[in-house]
Design a protein around this ligand. Structure first.
Ligand SMILES: NC(=O)C1=CN([C@@H]2O[C@H](COP(=O)(O)OP(=O)(O)OC[C@H]3O[C@@H](n4cnc5c(N)ncnc54)[C@H](O)[C@@H]3O)[C@@H](O)[C@H]2O)C=CC1
Ligand SMILES: O=C(O)[C@@H]1CCC=N1
Length: 270
């Protein structure tokens, strides 16, 4: 891709995308510049790790870029944009990965009809396994959506969704990996408490999650059916599931996703 990218914000999400797109070789490291609010050491770290350019001057990053990728926290957006909004050029586009924030809010802050694509990836982008949802802002054309799509397709799967669904997507797949890791932490901890060797517990829980994911994808069976195949009458799985049921596991998970979605809505309103 013959485009230059400026990452405004250089945290975990920016790094996952940088790692993923460089790994996929869709852009070269000299086509990427990163900047953040004040932590120059972090920029140096990224420059060293990925050979990308960095600057402490946001204007320099904006001037360099064809695509401005917003990757700061939602509540830092206003301040961040303020310092360079007048420098955005007509031929540039913005991709925002900010939770909650609508494309219209970004165009309003920039005070011009700038093409904005909203994307919600996840940290699995770093290894090419992200699930990224994309929505088009009012001033974005087909070409902008295609460009963003081409970028994120190199780091996993993509789908275009109505912008109203972005809050739910953010909960499901943006935050989703953290919920899976939390489950993994708990399973591993239990196994170790029961006397299993740490490394063995880690190795087996990883393969169990991987295997379950692949089963869902390859067999295309309903998760419920796959679960039933494991659950022998009066067996071990049934005993475990009963505990989850008694503690309203499905309700807890449902509340978790709904709460994350609500938080996304709140972040957008701030
Ligand atoms: N971490 C994740 O898994 C995902 C995060 N996101 C979104 O990505 C964004 C960043 O998240 P993280 O990387 O986790 O946060 P982070 O806290 O790791 O990084 C935020 C970065 O923004 C920079 N920043 C703050 N104010 C700035 C300013 N005025 N100008 C330029 N840079 C500024 C910070 O210096 C830092 O480098 C958030 O809006 C989040 O909703 C989206 C998908 C997944
Ligand atoms: O926790 C957050 O707000 C961000 C958005 C999706 C994943 N992390």
């Amino acid at each position: 891709m013959n485009k230059k990218l400026a990452f405004i914000g250089a945290g975990a999400a920016a790094e996952a995308i940088i790692a993923g797109i460089l790994r996929a070789k869709i852009v070269a490291s000299e086509q990427i510049i990163v900047t953040n609010r004040q932590n120059e050491d972090r920029l140096k770290e990224l420059a060293k790790r990925y050979d990308v350019k960095y600057t402490t001057d946001a204007s320099e990053a904006i001037q360099f870029a064809d695509i401005i990728l917003l990757a700061m926290k939602p509540y830092d957006l206003h301040d961040a944009i303020d310092s360079w909004k007048k420098e955005v050029r007509d031929e540039q586009m913005i991709i925002s990965i900010l939770a909650g924030v609508e494309t219209a809010q970004i165009a309003d802050l920039i005070e011009r009809p700038v093409p904005v694509i909203r994307a919600m990836p996840n940290t699995s982008a770093s290894i090419g396994f992200a699930a990224t949802a994309l929505s088009s802002g009012k001033y974005a054309g087909k070409e902008h959506l295609e460009l963003a799509g081409a970028l994120f397709q190199t780091v996993g799967i993509t789908s275009v969704v109505p912008e109203k669904d972005m809050h739910t997507i953010t909960a499901l797949s943006g935050s989703g990996p953290a919920f899976i890791y939390y489950m993994v932490e708990a399973m591993e901890k239990a196994a170790i408490e029961l006397g299993l060797d740490n490394q063995l517990a880690r190795k087996f829980v990883i393969q169990t999650v991987l295997g379950a994911g692949h089963m869902l994808q390859i067999t295309k069976e309903e998760p419920e059916r796959l679960r039933e195949q494991i659950t022998s009458p009066q067996g071990t799985t049934e005993a475990g599931i009963k505990v989850l049921e008694n503690h309203h596991f499905q309700r807890v998970v449902s509340e978790c996703i709904k709460q994350a979605k609500e938080r996304s809505e709140q972040l957008g309103r701030k």
